[in-house]
Ligand binder design. Structure first.
Ligand code: SF4
Length: 205
């Protein structure tokens, strides 16, 4: 990303009450997260390949935070419980499927827990976004999540909607559909609730 695009992106999100910080590496993002979240706070984790790369759940657990991450579940029931508990944490950390330079955060979810937590619940939300997720406009962001994020995430999770074979969305109503919730965050009423950590690396889908 060039400097001009980053400052335009920062400016547009600032107008929508969303803070943006730019990082060169994911390791720098990890240090920042560990610095700003107090040890006594509870933390929810939204599933993210980007976050798995920096092993943030283990770092937080090892130093004493209470962490609700569905990846720690032993079975389906515990997975659901962890997803619910993550909705009322002090902090929530997740990735995103796309953000646009014009100031929108766009995500799709299978069960909806991640988009719910980003929308309301946790007091503070950190969203880590690699440079590959940044597009110019809201339309491009929606196209990205439907035609890139969905097929790749469906394949990773073992689902087989039509986009897996076609590499494009055909607006299916398959029982294997992975994009049951499409969320567009246009802004925040609480300033500084959402912080976007933009990283100059390719991260996730
Ligand atoms: S609607 Fe169906 S084909 Fe389109 S992205 Fe979602 S799961 Fe894939």
């Amino acid at each position: 990303m060039n400097i001009e695009s980053i400052s335009k992106l920062k400016e547009n999100f600032k107008l929508r009450n969303i803070e943006v910080e730019y990082f060169e590496t994911l390791e720098e993002v990890k240090s920042n997260i560990l610095n700003i979240i107090p040890i006594e706070c509870t933390v929810g984790i939204g599933h993210s390949i980007t976050l798995q790369k920096i092993n943030i759940t283990n770092y937080l657990l090892e130093r004493g935070n209470i962490v609700y991450d569905k990846e720690l579940a032993k079975d389906r029931d515990e997975c659901k419980t962890l997803k619910k508990k993550a909705l009322i944490t002090d902090w929530y950390i997740t990735g995103s499927n796309a953000i646009s330079i014009d100031g929108r955060i766009v995500n799709v979810d299978h069960s909806g827990n991640r988009v719910a937590a980003i929308t309301f619940g946790p007091d503070k939300v950190i969203i880590v976004v690699g440079k590959n997720k940044i597009v110019d406009t809201l339309d491009e962001a929606i196209k990205r999540v439907k035609n890139i994020s969905c097929p790749l995430n469906a394949k990773r999770a073992g689902f087989n909607p039509p986009c897996v074979a076609l590499n494009r969305c055909v607006d299916c109503v398959s029982r294997e559909r992975v994009c049951n919730s499409l969320s567009i965050i246009e802004g925040q009423s609480d300033s500084n609730r959402i912080k976007l950590c933009i990283v100059n690396e390719e991260c996730g889908f």
